[in-house]
Design a protein around this ligand. Sequence first.
Ligand code: HEM
Length: 718
Amino acid sequence: MELTSSSVTWLAMVILVITAAVTKIATGRKRSATDLTCKMPPPPPVVNSIALLRLLPTLFRSGLPAILHQLYMKFGSVFTISVAGLLKMTFLVGPEVSAHFFQGLESEVSHGNLFEFTVPMFGKEIAHGVDSATKNEQARFFVDALKPARLRIHVDPMVQEVEDYFAKWGQHGTVDLRRELEQLLLLISGRCLLGKEVMGTMFDEVCSLFRDIEGGVNMMSVFFPYTPLIPSNRRRDMARERLHAIFSDIVRSRKQQQGDGVDKDVLQSLIDSRYKVDGRATTEAEVAALMICLLFAAKHTSAYTSVWTGARLLSHGKFLAAAVDEQDEIVRQHGINGGRITDHYGSLMEMRTLHSCIKETLRLHPPVPVLTRTAHKQFTVRTREGHEYAVPAGHTIACPIVISNQVPYIYKDGHLYDPGRFGPGREEDKVGGKFSYASFGGGRTSCVGEGYAYMQIKVIWSHLLRNFELRLLSPLPKSDWSKTMAATKLARVKRPIALNPRSNRPLPPVVNSIALLEHLPRLFTKGVIALMHDLYTRFGNVFTATFLVGPEVSAHFYQGMDSEISQGDLYKFTVPMFAKGLDYFAKWGETVGLAWAESCSHTSQLRHTFDATKHTPNSQKIFSEIVRSRRDTNQLPAEQDRWKLRDRTRGHGTPEGPWGNGEWLRDTNVTGARLLTHDKFVTEALEEQKHMIQKHGDHICYNVLLDMDILHCCIKEA
Ligand code: HEM
């Protein structure tokens, strides 16, 4: 079965139902004692079974988003759908109420058993088949394999696949856009993700096996993932075993080849990955499972977005013209005789109009329209209007991106296709904070393939815009995401391209020694930042010894490949520091050693503690106490404990509670200095703390921290 968007619709609905069923069974009606620690607001308004029945005709006529939209308009941003009182699913619409969904600790919010059906698809060695610590490590392997510096390697192979593919299109004709792009994206995945061995002789076989794996996503297999009585389960299992055998052979043979000839593709990166916990390498079976998972995550989402990008562009002449103009400009800037672009990566970075067009497509047509989790602990949400609701433990929680991406107080005329909304001066996706735009998810489990996805879609569409005049022959499906785009017919005519030879670009202006001498007094009186600012004002945003000021000129700094730009020996001095740290903490036993090792990674919970304490005079003491207090208990400190401990070590607890008198603010270095010299903001921050105490009492739990918007902004601004 092909994973079309209608099957995704079914999958989304099945997932919603199954999650609710599973969590209901798993958690029963018990409420944990910790649920009651904060004062309890009422539960969200409930849409009962009768109201749901009334909505059934709309479901069949217009799809799930139409219903969710109706419920959002009626109940606001938080509501619970209750099916006969047995299945309870709470929907959270918009950024104000989604923070906990995306950022809650694994022990509070997780995928739960919802994605059990992926275990026989990928293999039990990864994702939902393993414990959460292993899963986090494996997520890091993906992040490493797809980080911007590595992505660059894939640009040229991507471009070559795209050029070869469209060369077969000829001068004019009609095509089925969806079929064409799916095929092309598979070839790109084969080349960049799966590796040259697969592309050699096994590509067709791997694609066909993968289709059998995707066939495992259907109503029956989702409910009964392990039963061999279902034919699609049997096909899926056979396909998984064969894919595991294929990848295991490849991994084994790659491990035997060492040295310079080794490929730098994603497969190799996964083979080279090491678990931090014990330093062991990934096994053959793990790599095989990770590859299947990656292909599954990449395939449908990218194809769906690529087709919709074209459909939207070709039905909006104004934006199409802007995107074509941008390509012409790029060719003028980067092209050499004959029309070939030499610096593909650089040119992709400059395609801001095309980027916005894809982003806007994803806003209106998110390929993963609803995200779901299980709430293991009760949590409170506060709506924009100030209503508070306690979402009980055991509920399935759902974030309907397809609705959140169009909320009217963030997106003006949100139902309209308008890529300009992301441009300077508007930046609507930033209005409601970091979860205003959630097409790639957010927080702990956000998409690791975002950069890769944009890159391949840009490579495809930039080539099409530059080389063809295109016309959409079939109409846009009316109810967006739930209809397949099987018949997206496209007329194409080869475009004549005028090209200029590549311009010779000047080197950045140089701040020579004399100019530097002139600025010396300023350096001594005002410091280095003031000096930088003067130079920026005088020379603009690029000057040598080369400083790059502002986002337009910084992309290569952050995203260049290791071979082109790296930290070099600049940070060599940190090696003995970290090594010493490891020895130091390892003395206290395995748990503490682990905590230290983990703290060096971005996924660590303890990292917050380091960040919060490293600049303070008491930091060593505080951290020491945390780890000492835990070294015998074989667990990492809970969030609340860390905060309590922090206060205890400082002796700042007061009768009004640890946050009562604002004393603690004085010890937080830059943030504190800024706050204490700005009466208006310190007053606001203290007011917020008073409000926290009124609302939650003295107890500071994770949700309370998430609630501190004003303090958060003060820290960010500092
Ligand atoms: C336009 C294209 C894409 C969209 C809209 C998209 C969207 C998403 C979303 C919303 C999630 C989070 C799911 C959740 O929170 O439950 C996700 C996860 C993920 N995506 Fe993507 N994705 C895209 C392309 C890709 C590509 C190209 C790759 C790989 C090359 C990829 C790899 C992954 C992986 C591995 C995860 C799981 C992350 C984890 O659980 O730690 N995605 N994606």
